[in-house]
Design a protein around this ligand. Structure first.
Ligand SMILES: Nc1ncnc2c1ncn2[C@@H]1O[C@H](COP(=O)(O)OP(=O)(O)OP(=O)(O)O)[C@@H](O)[C@H]1O
Ligand SMILES: [Mg+2]
Ligand SMILES: [Mg+2]
Length: 308
């Protein structure tokens, strides 16, 4: 089996671990920078040129698409799909998960617990919006933020009003959300692969910080999820159609509340907190997808693959 790890950062922990796990299982793995891929479309023969050479003979891709390049990255994944190459995460599912509003709509329909959330088209009636989610303090979030950037806690209605107006003036799309105080600056990250929670950690924000993101100084530790938390994580990944997902949840008096579902969740935090081979689980899942397509036993080792 020959795998392409779609990543712009060949040296990052996640990319290296995926390559390592593939090689450990006897598969060939190549890191492909999706931004260096040119997509060629012609009758009946979609193809990809990489540094001028056609990308051929791949059995599967493992997409690691950064939030800043969702449009082009997902176009590359889609092109692989058109070329009948298996993908560990569907292009459409990545697109869906990247838009916080769209994901929340889907998660809400699926019956998942979530902080009450409001969205308007740059409405002038900001006080009504704040009331909708139960009044201050409220959380205000940019629709496409990541790593905790673009998430604001407004302690008073006045502060919330100014922040929302400022974002509206900048034409930045935001959601306003009920602040879940009882989670005390911590959240849960459940790592889902192929309909199973393969690892979970609790992330605690640094002193005085309501955001628990590791990039903002939070610390992740191993945690055992309750049944309800496990069930919520699995349902969230399924509702968004993600074979691999990092589901973020807050613990609250009314049970787990899903915050968001990440389609390229980082491996470093979760592997270090759990001491588990999560990269290996991703590779095993990808190999299983390839065998399913072939309709026979285990995926072939690299040595069985045709020479490109
Ligand atoms: N409604 C809320 N109530 C309490 N805390 C919240 C709420 N929303 C977000 N937080 C805190 O802020 C953090 C960042 O929020 P969120 O995960 O929505 O943003 P993000 O920027 O997309 O992060 P990521 O890097 O995980 O994609 C959460 O992990 C959580 O600790
Ligand atoms: Mg996010
Ligand atoms: Mg998050």
């Amino acid at each position: 089996m020959k795998l392409a790890i779609l990543s712009r950062e060949p040296k990052s922990y996640s990319t290296q671990r995926l390559v390592e796990a593939a090689v450990a299982r006897g598969y060939a793995a190549v890191v492909v920078d999706h931004l260096q891929c040119n997509l060629v479309l012609e009758k009946g023969r979609p193809s990809i040129l990489y540094h001028g050479q056609p990308l051929e003979h791949f059995d599967a891709v493992v997409p690691r698409i950064g939030a800043s390049v969702t449009f082009y990255g997902t176009a590359v994944v889609r092109q692989f799909e058109m070329m009948k190459v298996r993908t560990a995460v569907d292009s459409q599912a990545i697109v869906r998960s990247r838009d916080k509003l769209r994901s929340m709509q889907i998660l809400s329909r699926a019956g998942l617990g979530m902080p009450k959330t409001a969205f308007t088209n740059f409405s002038q009636d900001v006080p009504a919006m704040i009331e909708q989610v139960g009044g201050a303090p409220v959380i205000i979030k940019l629709l496409e933020g990541t790593q905790g950037l673009g998430v604001v806690l407004a302690e008073s209605a006045k502060a919330a009003q100014s922040v929302i107006e400022a974002f509206h003036n900048l034409k930045a799309r935001i959601i306003v959300q009920e602040f879940i105080a009882e989670s005390k600056g911590a959240d849960l990250r459940a790592f889902v692969v192929d309909g199973q929670v393969v690892g979970a950690m609790k992330r605690q924000g640094k002193e005085g910080e309501f955001r628990s993101n590791l990039h903002r100084g939070g610390v992740g530790t191993l945690v055992k999820l309750s049944r309800a938390e496990k069930a919520a994580a699995l349902l969230a990944a399924k509702a968004l159609g993600l074979g691999i997902a990092g589901v973020d949840m807050l613990q609250s008096k009314r049970g787990p509340l899903v915050l968001e579902v990440n389609s390229s969740p980082g491996l470093e935090g979760i592997e270090k907190a759990t001491q588990l081979d999560i990269a290996g689980r991703i590779i095993d899942y990808t190999a299983a997808l390839v065998s399913k397509k072939r309709g026979k036993g285990k995926a072939k080792k690299a040595s069985d693959a045709p020479v490109p």
